[in-house]
Design a protein around this ligand. Structure first.
Ligand SMILES: Cc1cc2nc3c(=O)[nH]c(=O)nc-3n(C[C@H](O)[C@H](O)[C@H](O)COP(=O)(O)OP(=O)(O)OC[C@H]3O[C@@H](n4cnc5c(N)ncnc54)[C@H](O)[C@@H]3O)c2cc1C
Ligand code: SF4
Length: 463
């Protein structure tokens, strides 16, 4: 008889007031007892709707059944059959829109906490020192991966498992993509990301950092070096701006710059780390996605007295994960909804002093299906600030497409591919993740890396 407890088993968390001033992980994970209690909420549905909601088709009821039996390593192995980064996905996947949205328990009560259970298995296995995946004998084929975010890492893992000689080329000094430079330590500890990368290296994958491809080497160079197939997973790292007056004042950041300084370059540990970050007192973050929540919560942790989210629609339309919105509110971030910046105000010295916003109301749905925000005439007012972080979206990194004239791209910058295989307009060259879709999610990038690896293997081994 399943456990019919209506709510998900709670996961312990750091107290909001305490965690709002430190960079340690917010959610502390299940104990064994909590995990087994939650696993027993699963009905083991025959038609398994949850699996259909997972872009990499984790066999969800099977791994949950193993947890219920106390077989935690076996549960981890079951997940790892299809997902090479479970400790990461268990923490950052938008489960509420994917597997958990389709969970039968969610019809009347809260769905099974699939994400928390995934995280539990991964953490348990890592703590137990589980062996990395081994690869088959050498296939005698070479593949290059450009970019080491979740798309590139997944593609590399799936190819290496089949015995392909894989080299990843990464522009930054450290691999991981957004997992390292964007998502903050308090949501995704960097040591965990590094562990997942280390296990790839144990499988024989080579990683070359500080390799800005398109500048140092291009696709033709890689082909000449004997790489038969190439995967482009360069992400969406080009920040968008609002194009309003005052965006060039000191104290205006793109979310990329703000988060990279803090997360990748450990600015929050200055002067222990050599990356100065100005500790602003009143900060506004413009946007309503995960990136905006992360930037706001980082600003709070750096010691700001007031942090505002400024978003032009209502909370219902916010694209951020529910959990991130809740956590941000608990930590004291103020939500200024239905408001849009029209100008950033500055001093004679060129420093930010405030922001002028206009109130909005919601009109008819637009092309995205969300109700269009419409400005209310004459409703402008000013908010006093000393920093503004612009988190209104990113588009694909332009360098590879600029260096590769034969690579067909959309007018907005995304690489054009065959949806099933990730094949680009250049033979033997595949692409996936945010560089194709525009800013999306970790699991979708992983799904694209997986699909491309399959096609690349077929391409390399066809008669
Ligand atoms: C702050 C933030 C928070 C997020 N939160 C979540 C979340 O909670 N849940 C979720 O599912 N998704 C989240 N996302 C989105 C998610 O992280 C991305 O969709 C995902 O990382 C995309 O993976 P990718 O492999 O395509 O690209 P990326 O992770 O961007 O990796 C691309 C890599 O390519 C490298 N690169 C770029 N150009 C070159 C070049 N010319 N040569 C060599 N290397 C190059 C980059 O340095 C980078 O390392 C978040 C994104 C951000 C920015
Ligand atoms: S839908 Fe929910 S209850 Fe049914 S098998 Fe999946 S996780 Fe279990």
């Amino acid at each position: 008889m399943p456990n019919m407890q209506k709510e998900k088993t709670k996961m312990p968390e750091q107290e909001p007031k305490v965690r709002a001033r430190n960079f340690e992980e917010v959610a502390l994970g299940y104990t064994e007892e909590m995990a087994i209690n939650e696993a027993n909420r699963c009905l083991q549905c025959k038609h398994q709707p949850c699996v259909k909601g997972c872009p990499v088709m984790i066999q969800i009821p099977d791994f949950i059944a193993l947890i219920a039996q106390g077989k935690h390593i076996e549960a981890y192995e079951k997940i790892r059959e299809t997902n090479g980064l479970p400790a990461i996905c268990g923490r950052v996947c938008p489960q509420e829109e994917q597997c958990e949205m389709l969970c039968v328990r969610g019809i009347k009560d809260e769905p099974v906490a699939i994400g928390r259970l995934e995280r539990y298995c991964a953490d348990y296995a890592i703590a137990a020192g589980v062996e990395p995946l081994t690869c088959k004998c050498t296939l005698g084929k070479k593949a290059a991966i450009i970019g080491s975010g979740p798309a590139g890492l997944t593609c590399a893992a799936d190819l290496a498992k089949e015995g392909v000689d894989v080299t990843i080329f990464e522009a930054f000094h450290t691999p991981g993509g957004v997992l390292k430079y964007g998502i903050p330590e308090f949501r995704l500890p960097k040591s965990l990301v590094q562990k997942e990368i280390d296990s790839l290296v144990d499988m024989g994958v080579k990683i070359e950092t500080n390799m800005v491809m398109g500048k140092i080497l291009d696709i033709d160079d890689l082909k000449e070096m004997g790489f038969e197939t190439i995967f482009i997973g360069t992400g969406a790292g080009l920040p968008s701006f609002m194009n309003i007056p005052g965006e060039n004042y000191n104290g205006v950041y793109s979310s990329n710059e703000f988060l990279t300084r803090i997360n990748l370059m450990k600015g929050y540990k200055y002067p222990e780390y050599d990356t100065p970050v100005i500790r602003h007192k009143k900060v506004a973050v413009v946007g309503g996605g995960n990136v905006a929540m992360d930037a706001a919560r980082c600003a709070m942790r750096l010691g700001a007295e007031q942090v505002y989210i400024i978003y032009r629609r209502s909370e219902t339309e916010m694209p951020a994960r529910n959990e991130e919105i809740e956590h941000a509110k608990e930590e004291g971030i103020e939500f200024n909804l239905l408001m849009n910046p029209v100008e950033i105000l500055g001093s004679e010295q060129g420093d930010v002093t405030g922001i002028r916003v206009i109130r909005m109301e919601l009109g008819e749905p637009d092309a995205s299906g969300r109700r269009r925000p419409v400005p209310i005439k004459g409703s402008e007012f000013d908010i006093e600030l000393d920093a503004v972080v612009v988190a209104i979206g990113q588009s694909p990194n332009p360098l590879m497409r600029e260096a590769t004239p034969d690579l067909k791209t959309h007018s907005w910058g995304g690489i054009i591919v065959d949806e099933e295989t990730g094949a680009t307009s250049i033979e033997g060259v595949y692409a996936g993740g945010d560089s194709v879709s525009g800013a999306a999610t970790v699991i979708l990038a992983m799904g694209a890396g997986k699909a491309a690896a399959k096609a690349m293997l077929e391409y390399m081994t066809k008669e």
